[in-house]
Design a protein around this ligand. Structure first.
Ligand SMILES: [Zn+2]
Length: 177
């Protein structure tokens, strides 16, 4: 079966940066609903369109087509006493960007600690990076009517319909979490 709109694609992937340094070797394959449902990067869908099980390719995706350009405006400097102790570089906190109460929450990563100040970076860890995906198609099947209606994959790697309505339980096929 060829990959086309409303097929469910199982794909093994390896993610590297533009210099070929390994970022993530997908332990579990990505399973996504193909056809512009925003289940995976559009560039990945483009590369796989019309292909079949066994197809292998390597694509490079520029930052604007992946996790965006690095935004210096997402750096915040906070007094250390506003964060729980102990604070360490690499810790992550959820928060809303300054002055945007309605905005989606952002994951901030502690990137630096001075005596009484902490630097928080709200950029995606892969922002500003060109990424290389090595892709290997493991399976292609037709999506069910319900999967198409929901815009995501159900079943083995998906969510149980008993949990329907719980957004958090819906399978997200983003290769990066
Ligand atoms: Zn669903």
């Amino acid at each position: 079966m060829k990959i086309a709109k409303d097929t469910v694609v199982t794909v093994h992937y390896t993610l590297s940066d533009a210099q070929g340094n390994l970022i993530e070797e997908g332990q579990e394959p990505m399973v996504y609903l193909h056809g512009g449902y925003d289940n995976t990067l559009p560039k990945i869908e483009q590369a796989l369109e019309g292909k079949e099980t066994g197809f292998e390719t390597m694509i490079q995706v520029e930052p604007e087509d992946a996790f965006g350009e690095y935004d210096p405006g997402l750096i915040k400097i906070e007094p250390r006493n506003r964060l729980p102790e102990p604070v360490e570089v690499g810790m992550q906190f959820e928060g809303a960007p300054e002055g945007e109460e309605e905005a989606e929450t952002v994951i901030f990563t502690v990137t630096d600690i001075a005596e009484d100040k902490v630097v928080l970076d709200g950029n995606h860890p892969l922002a500003g990076m060109a990424l290389r995906f090595k892709l290997n198609v493991a399976n292609v099947r037709a999506a069910t009517a319900q999967e198409i209606e929901h815009g995501h994959v159900h079943g083995e790697h998906g969510h149980d319909d008993d949990y329907e309505g719980d957004e958090g339980d819906h399978y997200r096929s983003r290769p990066i979490h």
